[in-house]
Ligand binder design. Sequence first.
Ligand code: ZN
Length: 256
Amino acid sequence: MILTAENYFSPENQLAYMGASQFKSFLACPAAALAEIRGEYRQEETTALLVGSFVDAYFEGTLDVFKAKHPALFKKDGGLKSDYVQAEQIIQRIERDEMFMRYMAGQKQVIMIGEIAGVPFKIKVDSFHPGRAIVDLKIMKDLEDAWNDAEGHRCPYWMNWGYDFQGAIYREIVRQNTGDTLPFMIAAATKQKTTRLQIGQIAPERLDYCLDIVKHEAPRFAAIKRGEIKAERCEQCDYCAETAVLSEIVEYREGA
Ligand SMILES: [Zn+2]
């Protein structure tokens, strides 16, 4: 089947292909990732996600269709809710910046497929500049470092959100399709009261490192999707909380 904008996230294609977000979901909690693929669990479509998609749709030139598909964007009086009014302000800020606009001027939402360690992967590039760069647009709360539980220290935002894994997967699939190993760039704009803009490039060595982890983990995640291996639970996320069954008493003691 040919992947299109319409069927990119269809249950069949989520099962057939691994994508960057799906890979990150598996890294965080295999049980939740699998439940989501099987349609047994749905991550809430948060306002934060919708704001990002709103801006994506604008740059793709499909904002009208996007608005028609998402009545949740509007208040009762037909005006946009404040989060999306802010999204429009972010768009206006971006449009005032020549360099940001140059990075956003590539081919929009380019879909490619490939294989990593024998596992079929799909990617969708926000702004693709053939032979030059892969650009992903991110609408962030801010660009500050934050505590990272897994690392045990504060880390840069792009690491906390796994954009290095996304970059590794995108760069590799683009390479397989075009023969070019391109820089993975993030065009970031923030939702702060006054929007910050930044064009970042994730260091190629970091992408190499992440690609090694993808090669190592993707076959196991694919086997979980095929039902050959049991999906471990993280016991930390909302899905694990929702499906937890109590079986023991926790003893509360001072200093324990
Ligand atoms: Zn979990």
